[in-house]
Write a protein that binds this ligand. Structure first.
Ligand SMILES: [Zn+2]
Length: 109
């Protein structure tokens, strides 16, 4: 991979990192426990808890993505980016374009 390509992916990853961090920050409150003494009716409390479940699931996914992005960024630092961690072959540009944080090629996924 050329230094230009590495720089290109580093920028995309940095942008994704910022987005994921912003989401995690902004969803903190929505993921906090629904207080039992909230002046909500029984139904709306159940709705609030369902919403909370969704937010928590989304946060779990985003946290995993955060780890993957950080790993990808550190692999760029080590000049090891773009190779599949299983077979060692280059990951296709098409795939990196869509998932710049991917660490495996299509075959090993
Ligand atoms: Zn592979």
């Amino acid at each position: 991979m050329t230094p230009q390509e590495l720089e290109y992916y580093r920028r995309i990853l940095a942008q994704h990192l910022a987005e994921v961090e912003a989401y995690l920050e902004s969803s903190k409150e929505a993921a906090a426990a629904v207080e039992p003494d909230k002046s909500l009716g029984r139904l709306s409390r159940m709705e609030a808890m369902q919403d909370q479940q969704l937010v928590m699931e989304m946060r779990r996914r985003k946290k995993r993505q955060l780890v993957e992005i950080k790993t990808a960024l550190s692999r760029i630092e080590m000049d090891d980016y773009g190779n599949c961690i299983f077979c060692g072959k280059e990951i296709s540009g098409d795939r990196l374009e869509v998932f710049p944080e991917s660490q495996t090629c299509v075959r090993c996924t």
